[in-house]
Design a protein around this ligand. Structure first.
Ligand code: HGY
Ligand code: MN
Ligand code: MN
Length: 400
């Protein structure tokens, strides 16, 4: 087993759940994994610390603005071993190669594992990269997880006061950003191509829809006298699916909270999460408008109070053409076939890439599967992608 494969295996032990992993933001599993990563980075001579946002930052020596390579090691619940983790560990492998050459390049290279890329616990995607670029995140402190714990409380318990998160801003010291990631879709495998060079990343909005009716006795409330919030939710979910298909967007209701939540009580209230993706921001805005209309219509039909609020927005991003060219040249040099392709999934590169040139490299995902415990990319595919990344990092650092 090569060192990258061994690192992937070791990292997958943190938060292991069956074949997959659960490492949610600020959880003990994620913090233990972050400390393990710090040790791996220090072992090759990097200066490695957690910043004020809980990002792992490991720096090689050198002067001038940094070449940053990274991704994330948090996961969705019961997620796979490769989403995010592979990019971080390939960054580590690239730095290991530079270390073996005595960091002969003149530029510093930083490895970063961003905190809470997924946003799965508090609805706060890209928390770490947003802090890294200096966004004001303090108003997110009141967001609560399913257990009712507030983000600020979870951070404080881990030793990271939210009031100090602005200290994580470091983008001013950065020259550019590279991120390797699994494709999470079927294109590379279907076309038999080794790596994808990402041209554009789709944007997303997260919307909370609230439906409030009236709870009641399941045995005595007549069927024609109900204001059942879950029936409204069911109607709305089907409408969202149909509308998304017609509007060329991807829309997903991923969570529903019902109250009171008992088998013998008519549901009085329901809250749904709606994740909407599209390559153009105007399409997202149009869909948000339609979602508000559909919600109001269902509310009227079922006799429910409704509310619709946007809780997160990630703007689409076109990646640096210079860096795309660099990656394409690196692929050629190591004998990897490549194509340009868009990303339907969101990445930290969308945040960092608004401030400095950024690029992304995809490796194939078996059957296009991701956000699932059977996510898989072979060791050979990982190693080849890693070679391309290493070559590009080394060139940018001045050591190639
Ligand atoms: O949800 C996403 O697109 C990413 O996997 N965080
Ligand atoms: Mn993901
Ligand atoms: Mn990811």
């Amino acid at each position: 087993m090569n060192e990258l494969a061994a690192d992937l295996e070791a990292l997958a032990a943190f938060g292991a759940e069956g074949a997959g992993v659960s490492r949610l933001a600020w959880s003990p599993a994620l913090l233990d994994a972050s400390r393990w990563l710090l040790e791996r980075a220090r072992a090759i001579g990097l200066q490695a610390e957690l910043d004020a946002a809980g990002n792992v930052i490991a720096k090689s020596p050198g002067s001038g603005p940094a070449i940053v390579v990274g991704s994330h090691i948090d996961t969705v619940p019961q997620g796979g071993r490769y989403d995010g983790a592979l990019g971080v560990l390939c960054g580590l492998a690239a730095l290991r190669r530079l270390a073996a050459d005595g960091f002969s390049g003149s530029r510093p290279v930083w490895l970063v594992a961003f905190m809470d890329e997924e946003g799965a616990r508090f609805g706060t995607p890209m928390f770490g990269s947003r802090a890294f670029v200096g966004e004001d995140l303090r108003e997110l402190g009141t967001r609560r997880d399913e257990q009712g714990v507030a983000l600020a409380e979870a951070m404080a318990a881990a030793g990271f006061p939210l009031a100090e998160v602005s200290r994580a801003r470091a983008v001013d010291q950065v020259e550019c950003y590279l991120e390797l990631h699994i494709e999470q879709g079927p294109v590379l495998e279907a076309r038999g191509v080794d790596v994808g060079i990402v041209s554009h990343i789709s944007g997303s909005i997260d919307v909370r829809v609230g439906l409030v009716g009236q709870a009641g006795h399941a045995g005595t409330t007549p069927m024609d006298a109900r204001h059942d919030a879950l029936v409204g939710a069911a109607r709305l979910i089907a409408l969202i699916r149909d509308e998304a298909a017609a509007a060329n967007v991807r829309a997903t209701v991923g969570t529903i909270a019902i109250s009171p939540g008992a088998s013998n009580v008519v549901p009085g209230a329901a809250e749904l999460s709606v994740d909407v993706r599209a390559s153009e921001e105007a399409t997202l805005d149009r869909f948000a408008g339609r979602l508000a209309e559909l919600t109001a219509a269902v509310g009227k039909q079922e006799g429910l109070e409704t509310s619709v609020s946007e809780t997160a927005r990630l703007a689409p991003l076109t990646l640096s053409s210079d860096l795309q060219q660099l990656l394409s040249g690196s692929a050629q040099e190591v004998g990897a076939s490549s194509i340009a392709m868009p990303s339907g999934a969101a990445h930290d590169a969308m945040i960092v890439g608004r401030h400095v040139p950024a690029a992304m490299l995809f490796v194939p995902s078996r059957a296009g599967v991701s956000h699932r415990d059977d996510e898989y990319t072979s060791n050979e595919q990982c190693a080849l992608g890693c070679e391309v990344l290493t070559r590009a990092v080394s060139e940018l650092a001045g050591g190639a």
